[in-house]
Write a protein that binds this ligand. Structure first.
Ligand SMILES: [Zn+2]
Length: 344
């Protein structure tokens, strides 16, 4: 395996891959960086008032609406760091964990949990894993829910060589189902695609565990001699650490990020929400969410696009002139879904 030479940004195709994520360090953090053939921070002529982002000391450009954002993305951006939460999956029919009344926590009465969050509490799981396994039957990627326009837009952002990485709080796996490459998605709260023993830590085949859970053949037991621990999909529970790669944003992404896009999250859960605060003050931050969230709005370069998320994405796609490209991706997805249905 070779080493990377400062390629921690998005070149669309030629990152040297080390480990699961495409931007693992080979060279030292201080390497000089050239992104898409030009030194970082030099953008040339532009209609925007500032001369650059990232390491530049100039103030961030002022983005007033979706049209400004679209022009900025087209002219000046090659590394969008995206943060997403439950709000991008509610249009797919997945209940938001926190919305009163319709939220997932409010609909868990049938599990007789002592408190709603217990379903993701590791100590509770060790005592009674049935509620989580039952929930997993519903949430397992590729069974009940499909990606929506927001996921397709993120895929398009990748195909246009604009996407640096997506940090997702979601465990529904819809980013992967939308076709976004694995090394472009940091699943901060874990994934159903892998599973491990809660006692000895041994990795178990994700597909086998999925099949057992879907068939109701639970608990899934570790088959390591003398272990007999319960096997759990690698979803991060309360009381568990986030994947170590989560912290890569400090050195591997943010120094090269030229736009932060936050979508469908209320930015209440830390350490995830901390990424938005760690972004350089010279980098514009844009929130696309039903309501204002976190500290976004407190800096001059911040923009809110509040209201219906799908409407906002469609407006942005139109301003970018990417409608045909988005439609093409959606048609491909429908074709993939139909092929899968026919196979089943
Ligand atoms: Zn074990």
């Amino acid at each position: 395996m070779g080493t990377t030479t400062g390629r921690r940004g998005n070149d669309g195709k030629s990152n040297t891959r080390v480990g699961r994520f495409g931007h693992r360090p080979g060279g030292a953090v201080g390497d000089s960086v050239v992104i898409r053939g030009r030194p970082y921070g030099v953008w040339g002529g532009s209609s925007f008032s500032s001369s650059g982002t990232g390491k530049s000391s100039s103030p961030p450009p002022v983005l007033k609406n979706a049209e400004d954002l679209a022009a900025f993305i087209k002219e000046r951006v090659s590394n969008v760091l995206v943060m997403v939460g439950a709000g991008i999956s509610t249009p797919s029919g997945i209940p938001d964990f926190r919305s009163p009344g319709t939220g997932l926590y409010d609909n868990l009465q049938k599990y007789n949990l002592p408190y709603p969050e217990a379903i993701f509490d590791i100590d509770y799981f060790m005592t009674d894993p049935r509620p989580f396994y039952t929930l997993a039957q519903d949430l397992y990627p590729g069974i009940n829910y499909s990606p929506n326009t927001t996921h397709h837009f993120l895929h398009l952002l990748h195909l246009q060589h604009k996407l640096q990485i997506i940090y997702t709080q979601n465990i529904d796996g819809l980013e992967r189902l939308a076709g976004i490459p694995e090394d472009k998605v940091m699943e901060a709260h874990g994934t159903f695609t892998r599973a491990s023993c809660t006692r000895c830590g041994r990795r178990h085949d994700g597909q086998r565990v999925k099949q057992a859970i879907v068939d109701g053949d639970v608990p899934v037991w570790c088959d390591e001699p003398k272990c007999k621990g319960k096997v759990k999909p690698d979803i991060v529970f309360f009381g568990e650490n986030l994947p170590s790669e989560f912290w890569d944003y400090h050195h591997h992404y943010l120094p090269f990020t030229d736009l932060l896009l936050v979508m469908g999250t209320s930015l209440q859960v830390y350490p995830f929400a901390g990424i938005a605060e760690a972004v350089s003050t010279h980098t514009p931050r844009v929130l696309i969410n039903r309501t204002p969230a976190g500290t976004i709005g407190s800096r001059p370069g911040d923009l809110h696009l509040t209201g219906d998320i799908i409407n906002n994405i469609n407006t942005l796609v139109e301003a970018l002139g990417w409608q045909d490209k988005l439609r093409h991706i959606q048609q491909q997805q429908q074709h993939t879904n139909k092929t899968k249905e026919n196979e089943e």
